[in-house]
Design a protein around this ligand. Structure first.
Ligand code: SF4
Length: 303
């Protein structure tokens, strides 16, 4: 079989070993070296040029459920943690009985173990299922629903995983704690979540002065939202604003900045791009917030 292997950045170090294993089985193997941001981001161009039989995507769960021109196998890459490390969350969770528990796909096989640990400490553990998530308890950067659905009757949200990218995408009034299972460090991250939300609001205010809108469409198969972009273009033009669609696999701030006429970006791609607005030197509004923006725009420019 002609195979193309794809690894997210953190797992690229394992590529040689996996490729050699598959070659020994008699396969013709290629490695995609394009950046990989998530399970939404499959190497379509490499797959097309190589005419592969199958793509093996490591480290993420199934995300794109239909419409691909080749077979995709998603191979989980589980990373075992010491569940005992959860004890460092206990002082912060004191007085909070009902806990919404979330983690990344790498630690999902130990979700039950984490749940049992917290239950032994007298907690009631709630687990929810995200919209794009493959399994309950799994949180994605663009899909905080696993947290928000579990948080409905909870007193706090506990995220177990490396980094803060996933839990800072959660918009909630509840306290959110991020526990790093490698170091055992646990911190409350509501101030960071609030900062991100404030920045989004600030960008919306800034965009009220803009006239020329570039609507960003990604060709990444799990991000591509052309219809949403066309819809955004119509809405902006109906409001008397200029709008054009920019399409690209990846948005490089310098390269799209060369379209100097545009003073604001409407983003239909990964909803976390807006957190890099400083690099893009323009306000970025996610397409899901466009109606809210246009409402505000009409209010502000009434006279
Ligand atoms: S859309 Fe963004 S947040 Fe969602 S999986 Fe892709 S890269 Fe991650």
């Amino acid at each position: 079989m002609k195979l193309l292997l794809q690894f997210p950045e953190g797992l690229k170090k394992n590529a040689l070993e996996e490729a050699q294993k598959l070659e020994k089985e008699g396969h013709e193997v290629y490695l995609s070296s394009s950046p990989c941001y998530g399970a939404c981001d499959l190497p379509m161009e490499e797959a097309r040029i190589l005419r592969i039989d199958k793509l093996i995507h490591f480290g993420h769960a199934k995300f794109i459920k239909k419409g691909l021109p080749f077979e995709v196998e998603y191979r989980d890459f589980h990373i075992k943690i010491e569940v005992d490390k959860l004890k460092s969350a206990l002082p912060l969770l004191e007085g909070k009985k009902r806990i919404a528990l979330i983690t990344t796909i790498q630690h999902i096989p130990q979700l039950e173990e984490m749940k049992a640990f917290l239950e032994k400490e007298g907690k009631q553990v709630h687990v929810g299922k995200g919209f794009f998530a493959a399994v309950p308890g799994q949180v994605l950067g663009c899909d905080p629903l696993a947290a928000t659905s579990a948080a409905k009757d909870a007193d706090a949200i506990l995220y177990v995983g490396d980094g803060k990218f996933h839990p800072t995408g959660i918009h909630t009034e509840l306290p959110v704690y991020a526990l790093n299972p490698y170091t055992g460090g646990c911190t409350q991250i509501n101030a960071e979540i609030e900062k991100i939300q404030k920045r989004k609001k600030g960008m919306m205010i800034k965009a009220l002065e803009c006239r020329n809108f570039a609507i960003l469409v990604s060709t990444k198969p799990g991000q591509c939202a052309l219809n949403s972009a066309k819809d955004a273009k119509k809405k902006l033009e109906n409001a008397g604003l200029n709008a054009q669609i920019l399409i690209s696999n990846e948005f490089n701030p310098v390269s799209i900045g060369n379209f100097a006429q545009f003073d604001c970006y409407i983003n239909t791609a990964c909803p976390r791009i807006d957190e890099d607005a400083e690099l893009f030197e323009r306000p970025i509004i996610n397409a899901v917030n466009l109606d809210e923006f246009l409402h505000l725009y009409k209010q502000t420019h009434k006279n």
